[in-house]
Design a protein around this ligand. Structure first.
Ligand code: NCD
Length: 330
C-alpha cells in the first residue's frame, strides 16, 4: 500500500499491498484484545465519515477504528446536512476539507464518487466505503482476513505464519446478486490477487451484463458447486438497486439460489460461509444456516475494525502498535 494516497479500489493495493494490510491488521487485532484497546497512533489527525447511503456496520466500524487509533472523528449526518438543501458533492467535500481533515471515508450510491472526491481534495486521503455497484474494498479485505484467521485457527498457527500462501488454489464461491454487488467486485479482485479460484453462482439476470475481463468461472447449478467450495460468500439481493425485478419471486429465488439447510448439508466439512451483512434471513440464507459455527458473520464484523485501523494507519502514517515506542492510552 506504500505510496498510494487513497484506497478507492482493491486494485490500488496489488497482491503485496493486500498482504501488507492483512499483516498490519493482525497487529491491530492484538490491540483490540487488550483491556484498553486504544493506541495513540493517529493522535491529532481528523477522520471524517461522509455516508450518502445507509450503513450500520461499515460506518460504525470506521468510526470505531479511527477512535481506537486516537484520531478525532467527524461524522456528517447527510440527512440533516446542507446536502438536503442542494449543495453539490464538490462543495460539501471542499467545506469538510477546509476544516483541516486528514481522511475522508465516503459511501455513495453513485459508482465513481470516491474517485471524484480524490481528485478534488488537496491533502486529505480518501477511502471508498462503498460506491454504487462498483467496489467496497475494505469489506473484501476483512473477508480475506477472516478466512485466513479461520484457516489459521484450524491449523493451530498464527495467521501471519500462513502468510498469503493459504489463499493459493482456495476455491471461493460467490453466490447471489453479483450484478448489483460492490462486495462481489472487490472480493473477485482481492481473492484472485491472492491466488484463489473464484466461481460465481447466480441466475443469469443477476450476473453482470458482461464478464469480460473477470477472472472467474460461472456455475449454473448451485447444488453441484457447493460441494467443491472452501469459502461460500453469500450476497444480499440489492433491492434498493432494483434487484427485485430481476427475480420472479423471492420464494423462487430462495428455492434455487438461497443457502437453505438442505443445501448447506452439501458443503464440505471445513467450508466457511461469509456474508457482508446485513443478512436477510430466509432469503439468501436460512436462519439456521446463519447461526452455524461455519458462518462467520460476527467474526467478519469484529475483524472489520482491525482491518480499517490498518488502512487508516497505512494511509495516515504512525507507529505500529506492539513496537516499544507506542504506549497504550490510559
Ligand atoms: C454491503 C454494502 O453496503 O455494500 N454491506 C456492508 O457494507 N457490510 C452489502 C449489502 O448491503 O448487502
Amino acid at each position: 500500500m506504500s505510496g498510494s494516497r487513497h484506497l478507492l479500489s482493491v486494485s490500488d493495493l496489488g497482491t503485496d499491498g493486500i498482504a501488507e494490510v492483512l499483516r498490519v491488521a493482525e497487529a491491530f487485532a492484538e490491540v483490540e484484545r487488550r483491556s484498553v484497546p486504544k493506541v495513540p497512533t493517529l493522535r491529532g489527525k481528523v477522520v471524517a465519515t461522509l455516508f450518502f447511503e445507509e450503513s450500520t456496520r461499515t460506518r460504525l466500524s470506521f468510526e470505531t477504528a479511527a477512535k481506537r487509533l486516537s484520531a478525532d472523528v467527524l461524522s456528517l449526518a447527510v440527512a440533516t446536512s446542507s446536502v438536503k438543501k442542494g449543495e453539490s458533492l464538490r462543495d460539501t467535500v471542499e467545506t469538510v476539507e477546509a476544516m483541516g481533515i486528514d481522511a475522508v471515508i465516503i459511501r455513495h450510491s453513485s459508482a465513481g464518487a470516491p474517485h471524484l472526491v480524490a481528485r478534488w481534495v488537496e491533502r486529505a486521503h480518501v477511502v471508498n466505503a462503498g460506491d454504487g455497484w462498483h467496489e467496497h474494498p475494505t469489506q473484501a479485505l476483512l473477508d480475506c482476513f477472516t478466512v485466513r484467521q479461520v484457516l489459521a485457527e484450524r491449523k493451530g498457527v498464527a495467521p501471519d505464519e500462513l502468510g498469503i500462501g493459504c489463499f493459493e488454489g482456495l476455491r471461493v464461491l460467490i453466490v447471489g446478486d453479483v450484478r448489483h454487488s460492490r462486495v462481489a467486485r472487490s472480493e473477485v479482485l482481492a481473492y484472485t490477487a491472492l491466488g484463489a479460484h473464484v466461481t460465481l453462482a447466480a441466475p443469469g439476470s443477476l450476473l453482470p451484463p458482461s464478464l469480460e475481463g473477470w477472472p472467474v468461472e460461472v456455475a449454473t447449478d448451485l447444488d453441484a458447486a457447493l460441494g467443491d467450495a472452501d469459502v461460500v460468500s453469500l450476497l444480499r439481493l440489492q433491492a434498493e438497486r432494483g434487484s427485485g425485478s430481476f427475480v420472479p419471486t423471492l420464494r423462487e429465488y430462495t428455492a434455487r439460489w438461497g443457502l437453505t439447510a438442505r443445501r448447506a448439508a452439501r458443503l464440505g466439512e471445513d467450508a466457511i460461509v461469509t456474508h457482508p451483512g446485513p443478512m436477510v434471513r430466509g432469503v439468501e440464507i436460512a436462519s439456521d444456516v446463519a447461526d452455524l459455527p461455519r458462518t462467520v458473520v460476527t467474526q467478519q464484523v469484529a475483524n472489520g475494525v482491525a482491518v480499517r485501523m490498518a488502512i487508516l494507519f497505512l494511509l495516515l502514517g504512525g507507529e505500529l502498535p506492539g513496537t516499544a515506542e507506542v504506549p497504550a492510552v490510559a
